[in-house]
Design a protein around this ligand. Structure first.
Ligand code: ADP
Ligand code: ASP
Ligand code: MG
Length: 408
């Protein structure tokens, strides 16, 4: 007997049949004598549809009101899931984020969970209720509803598992595990039996949306093994867990991120302090900068380019244009038709040939690299957005990831 947290994503609760399938799975854990918490996302494309509805009214709505709107998707799901479990004859209660005690900071649309008051949850579990909790939402110190960023229901599940000291945290989705690349882009990608927190965190951050990156961060912090499985079958999933028990693969995955834009500050005076000026302006606006490239100074000037997420592009251009004279630059240019393609692997640290192999794959496919960035366990390149899928496939092929044998 223990505590089990199960999370069902949007596709897994998209219609009546799927809701009942998830309900039965939750009940089978309950039948084993476990305390069961079920976290659900909004059904199907509900969140996207709500965003579209908002845009029809106001193309630049306040983030507080967006959170008020988007949180309703998950509220529909918890009620329907609870009704399904009720119908199957089991005791159940649904709770919104605030009812479940999920407290967040006030960063509307991208809030972080700071604390979970589990009193109500514990009480309901002690009464032998199955507890269905709305994913992706919490409440801040002003009693306002906040959301956790797209894909944030995974993080709700892991945070609840940590707070309740759960024995199991299972993420049910529409693929049966974590693959060496998005199976929608690379149909012959291999399923990973297991992957380390660090690699999964990189993959998630670099665009593999199968898990919300913050959920992996939390799982690592509290050492909670995550199981990623399909809600449509009983196939064995992927276990995300601590690194030392995972075999170090040279490359364990390829990820792709199209939510990215490149900004170039042209003709910056070639004197000390310029990079500091530019990036502190952006830091003040809370804008995250990713790959940075500075050209070798020629004559008396240099160019500094970097990437930001598409949602930060307008703000970035505004702040830099406003301060053009302060920075002492000639021009600001940008491109939003770019994509970042990355490889991740704990084994690449001691293998100097990996970057060359990745670049060769891109060369063979006739794809131009605009920027490069590396760290111990990842290499990213910025390329034209139209080449993104081709690049992922070429790199996946080059490293023969479809042949990956990761059975123990
Ligand atoms: P959910 O609604 O269940 O949270 P998501 O759509 O957020 O599901 O995440 C699952 C999707 O992630 C898959 O359908 C798949 O297309 C995509 N994906 C991207 N990269 C990977 C990967 N490396 N392995 C598995 N799925 C991936
Ligand atoms: N419904 C939210 C989204 O679509 C949260 C989630 O599904 O995890 O991003
Ligand atoms: Mg998701």
């Amino acid at each position: 007997m223990g505590i089990v947290v199960q999370k069902y994503g949007g596709t897994s609760v998209a219609d009546k049949e799927r809701i009942f399938r998830a309900a039965r799975r939750a009940i089978s854990e309950y039948e084993k004598g476990n305390k069961v918490v079920v976290v659900v996302s909004a059904q199907g494309d509900t969140t996207d549809e709500l965003i579209e509805k908002a845009r029809e009214i106001n193309e630049n709505p306040s983030k507080r009101e967006m959170d008020m709107l988007l949180s309703t998707g998950e509220q529909i799901s918890i009620a329907l899931m609870a009704m399904a479990i009720e119908k199957l004859g089991y005791p159940v209660i649904s709770l919104t984020g605030w009812q479940a005690g999920i407290k967040t900071d006030s960063h509307y649309s991208n809030a972080r969970i700071i604390e979970i008051d589990t009193e109500r949850l514990q009480r309901e579990l002690d009464k032998r209720n199955i507890v269905v909790v709305a994913g992706f939402q919490g409440i801040n110190k002003y009693d306002d509803i906040t959301t956790l960023g797209r894909g944030g229901s995974d993080t709700t599940a892991v945070a609840l598992a940590a707070a309740l000291k759960a024995d199991k945290c299972e993420i049910y989705t529409d693929v049966d595990g974590v693959y060496t690349a998005d199976p929608r882009i690379v149909p012959n990608a291999s399923k990973l039996k297991e992957i380390s927190y660090d690699e999964m965190l990189e993959l998630a951050t670099l665009g593999a949306k199968v898990l919300h990156n913050r959920s992996v961060e939390l799982a690592k912090k509290y050492n909670i093994p995550l199981v990623v499985r399909s809600s449509f079958n009983d196939n064995e999933g992927t276990i995300v867990k601590e690194v030392n028990s995972v075999e170090k693969l040279l490359v364990s995955g390829v990820a792709c991120d199209k939510d990215i834009a490149r900004v170039a500050v042209i003709g910056v005076e070639n004197v000390p302090g310029k990079a500091f000026q530019i990036f502190s302006l952006l830091a003040k606006e809370n804008i995250n900068v990713d790959i940075i490239l500075q050209s070798i100074g020629r004559e008396k000037t240099k160019d500094i380019s970097f990437t930001v997420s598409k949602s930060n592009l307008k703000q970035t251009l505004d702040v830099l244009t406003k301060n053009l004279h302060v920075i002492g630059a000639k021009d600001i240019t940008y491109a939003d038709n770019v994509a970042k393609v990355s490889i991740v692997g704990a084994g690449m640290v001691n293998n100097p040939g990996v970057a060359a192999m990745m670049f060769e794959a891109l060369y063979d496919a006739g794809i131009n690299i605009e920027m490069i960035s590396t760290s111990e366990i990842k290499i990213s390149v910025l390329i034209d957005e139209k080449d993104a899928e081709k690049a992922v496939r070429a790199i996946h092929d080059k490293f023969k990831l479809h042949l990956l044998n990761n059975e123990k």
